[in-house]
Ligand binder design. Structure first.
Ligand code: FES
Length: 575
């Protein structure tokens, strides 16, 4: 008996011989020969979906993976899992990240898979697949869709979705008309692939390559470039090698590898969402990442990458400048070089290959002359966020880093939608916009609503940024002085739930503070009058289905928003 290939994890009929015979019979119905069925099996989790524009090219990539698997002596078998197309999901894709992770983990384990190729790319898909791989414990390798190419609008290059937001701001401010915004709509996302700025998808691709769960160079190759097909083919060959080597995720996704990923997140000016996803992925490996760990690394990690939303370039420029290889080479003295990758080589061995800094470009800065001396993200504490909150310093306005303002409060997404553009809204540019009840349980699913729009009457005066705070997330493609992931969230009793319009709020990024300037006596009075602060009364909690499980089990942002029962006890803490 073997526990590899087609005989792995036999269906239970109480007769192993019968199980083997029956499985082989049905496998043969697909035309496979005895020679094929003697090979190790590479499962290919393909998240192609017509509800996911970013994954439009995955069918062709899967064929290239299969070529590589056959070349190396394996049997490739493709299977579907849940796919999460960011703009197509209600109420928000984040609600389903953990569901996709469960689906993927269970299918990896239940099917006879010796190594799995995880094909994703759009924001939540890569973290969901890595969470699954971490828990399933089977050799796994990631292949992402790759970034889209830019479009054009007259002389301007356009990219999703930083430019989506920029032009929407112009439209809201009355500076461009209906016809123009419609023309722009057709030019923002013009090829297959993921958003081509350093948003969540690109960030997670870079972090996956840093972790060692993807082949070198895989993060930045454009979706439509022939190199991506070659990368797919090599991914197939590597998957077969990983089976022979017994190279499981626990050998790759180690605490030092997560430290490298946290550092690279800061150096690339990556998405705030990655803080949550990295925390969740590490959690699956029994590694706790304290929010303060990001902050500590941020103080000693320079920003090197000049991509939107914090800079000016796009992923295709990043690829042409050497991609993540250039960043890793520049960060080399700060990285843990002994970390193993899917190739069987360590990060140090990879970086020993011949290397010259591409000094003809300004997309990636040398470490000796960084774009910013300190990392892109900071973690705040204070009475409003005792378990942390995140601010993307590299995408914020310098003149708002120290700010005290009057709170203008929105009780939830509905309230925000109804009042933000009301001409009668009492709001001034120096106020602090506060959104409550948009966290993991409050919304639920923690939507990307933290990028509160500038109230239309202020947008029309030319106001482009204000301090905005919430327990929500924001898209990795967004920008502004925006405090996110406030934990604990309002709807589980966080102080955010007690903020009222007219209160004073202090943001002090240098001191990492976010404070509500209301005395204890008054807070006590509000607490007594308000109960939990949640708009979701117990009676309205979902009675069935995945949403019920989510509401019962989802953890706060500082723990990665995983479902509590899926996360093992921590063995190591990165603090
Ligand atoms: Fe898929 Fe942006 S919509 S990565």
């Amino acid at each position: 008996m073997t526990d590899q290939g087609i005989e792995r994890g036999l269906t239970d009929y109480g007769d192993r011989g019968f199980s083997r015979y029956l499985r082989r019979a049905f496998a043969k119905s697909m035309g496979y020969s005895d020679e094929d069925l003697a090979k190790p099996i590479v499962g290919i989790a393909n998240t192609y979906s017509e509800f996911n524009n970013c994954h439009r090219g995955l069918k062709e990539l899967a064929e290239a993976v299969k070529r590589g698997v056959w070349q190396a002596g394996g049997l490739p078998l493709e299977f579907p899992t849940i796919s999460l197309g960011e703009p197509f999901l209600h109420p928000t894709s984040m609600l389903f990240r953990n569901l996709m992770a469960m689906d993927t983990e269970e299918m990896i384990r239940a099917q006879p898979i010796d190594c799995v190729v995880l094909m994703g790319g759009c924001d939540k898909t890569t973290p969901a697949q890595l969470m699954a791989a971490a828990s399933a414990g089977v050799p796994a390798i990631v292949l992402v869709a790759g970034p889209m190419m830019t479009g054009a609008f007259g002389p301007e290059r356009l990219g999703a979705c930083t430019d989506c937001r920029r032009f929407w701001g112009e439209y809201r401010g009355g500076r461009i008309d209906d016809a123009t915004i419609r023309r722009i709509e057709g030019s923002l996302a013009t090829t297959q692939g993921t958003c081509m700025v350093m948003g969540t998808a690109s960030t997670m691709a870079c972090l996956t390559e840093t972790l060692g769960m993807m082949l070198p160079g895989g993060a930045a190759i454009p979706a439509v470039h022939a190199d991506r097909l070659r990368q797919a083919e090599q991914t197939g060959r590597t998957a077969v090698e990983m089976i022979a080597a017994g190279r499981t995720p626990d050998q790759i996704m180690t605490p030092p590898a997560f430290e490298n990923a946290c550092r690279v997140l800061l150096a690339i000016g990556g998405s705030t969402n990655a803080v949550i996803h990295l925390t969740a992925m590490a959690g699956r490996m029994g590694v706790a990442i304290e929010p303060g760990f990001f902050d500590r690394l941020s103080e000693e990690t320079p920003v090197l990458v000049n991509l939107k939303p914090t800079g000016i370039y796009y992923m295709e420029d990043f690829h042409n400048a050497g991609g993540l290889e250039t960043v890793l080479q520049e960060l080399r003295p700060k990285l843990n070089l002994d970390c193993l990758s899917v190739t069987g080589r360590t990060l140090g061995e990879r970086l020993d290959d011949r290397w010259n800094f591409p000094d003809w470009q300004d997309v990636i800065a040398p470490a000796a002359k960084p774009l910013q001396e300190k990392g892109g993200l900071v973690v705040l504490r204070g009475n409003l966020c005792p378990d942390g909150a995140v601010l993307k310093r590299s995408a914020a306005s310098a003149d708002l880093m120290q700010h005290e303002g009057r709170a203008v409060v929105f009780d939830g997404l509905e309230d925000l939608a109804q009042r933000i553009d009301d001409p009668a809204l009492d709001v001034a540019p120096e106020d602090v916009l506060v959104l409550k009840n948009a966290g993991p349980k409050g919304a639920p699913g923690m939507p990307e609503a933290g990028y509160l729009p500038i109230p239309q009457k202020l947008a029309r005066q030319g106001i482009k940024d204000m301090v905005r705070i919430s327990d929500a997330r924001m898209s990795g493609t967004a920008f502004g002085t925006i405090v996110l992931h406030i934990a604990p969230e309002a709807s589980v009793g966080g102080l955010l739930g007690l903020v009222e319009t007219g209160d004073r709020v202090v943001l002090d990024v240098d001191r990492r503070r976010l404070e509500l300037m209301v005395d204890e006596e008054e807070l006590h009075r509000r607490r007594a009058g308000k109960g939990s602060g949640s708009p979701r009364a117990a009676a309205s909690l979902p009675a069935r289905g995945y949403l019920k499980l989510h509401m019962e089990q989802v953890e706060q942002a500082n723990l990665g928003c995983d479902l509590a029962f899926l996360r093992p006890a921590s063995k190591t803490t990165l603090a």
